[in-house]
Design a protein around this ligand. Structure first.
Ligand code: ADP
Ligand code: MG
Length: 232
């Protein structure tokens, strides 16, 4: 098991959040249009809805990659929309993000890719030991020294998931993490997220337009045209 204390999964409180993008001329596109929701600590929530419904934008808001036009987003009791630059950078470092395209660094081994986010910072844990533990947790023990080009898509996504967990985040955001995988591998990656959630207690929000995968989650939040359709 990990040497670092397990973080309690974060509670996420989204209150009337809006984000519009300027399109041609003075047209505004309301990508997220008044969304309120609560995600309990340690929950695994699927964010579903058709393409263009606002899933990625909502994840970007949760990850403080974008700022909302209005509304508040509390993560573990802190309103991240009110944070200054430094605190925001700390916040972003403290969460994990997984993308559809794995975004591994091609010249680095699997192990070094997992370590990369914490390489420049001092950690209370042994980085290599932690990376080994996570690679084992995602089913890649023995592949530590493999370059991404030698790994299958599913394996590369597993490395990306291990990397997202290296800093013991209390919140993991995943944007269509199975979008580049065949359906069987996608289902395996989803199952992996479920297992990791049970092991590490991480709150997880996973965007997917695959209803079958969404059903494997405890909760589904459905977006349509930037609005919540039905939340459990
Ligand atoms: P999803 O992830 O559900 O496919 P997105 O959040 O990516 O949806 O997009 C929601 C809407 O916002 C879409 O109509 C999209 O074109 C628009 N959008 C997203 N990001 C931008 C941006 N940076 N600039 C302009 N429009 C954007
Ligand atoms: Mg998207």
């Amino acid at each position: 098991m990990t040497e670092t204390p397990l973080p309690q999964g974060a509670e996420v409180l989204v209150t009337d959040v809006r984000k519009a993008f300027r399109t041609g001329g003075d047209q505004q596109l309301r990508a997220v249009d008044g969304v309120s929701l609560r995600i309990g600590p340690g929950r695994l929530v699927a964010l579903t809805g058709p393409s263009g419904s606002g899933k990625s934008t909502l994840l970007h808001l949760l990850g403080a990659i974008e700022r909302p036009d209005s509304g508040s987003i509390e993560v573990a009791g802190t309103d991240i929309t009110a944070l200054g630059r430094r605190a925001l950078a700390d916040y972003r470092r403290g969460i994990g993000i997984v993308f559809q395209r794995f975004h591994l660094l091609p010249a680095l081994t699997a192990l070094d890719n997992v370590i990369a986010p914490v390489l420049p910072v001092r950690t209370a844990f042994d980085k290599r030991a932690r990376a080994r533990e996570l690679l084992a947790a995602v089913g890649l023990a023995g592949r530590e020294d493999a370059l991404p080009s030698k790994l299958s898509g599913g394996q590369q996504q597993r490395v990306a998931i291990a990397r997202a967990l290296v800093n013991s985040p209390s919140l993991l955001l995943a944007d269509e993490p199975t979008g580049n995988l065949d359906s069987r591998t996608g289902a395996e990656v989803f199952e992996l997220l479920t297992e990791l959630r049970a092991t590490y207690g991480t709150t997880m929000v996973v965007a997917t337009h695959d209803p079958g995968l969404a059903e494997a989650c405890e909760e589904q939040v459905r977006l349509h045209d930037g609005r919540l359709q039905a939340a459990e």
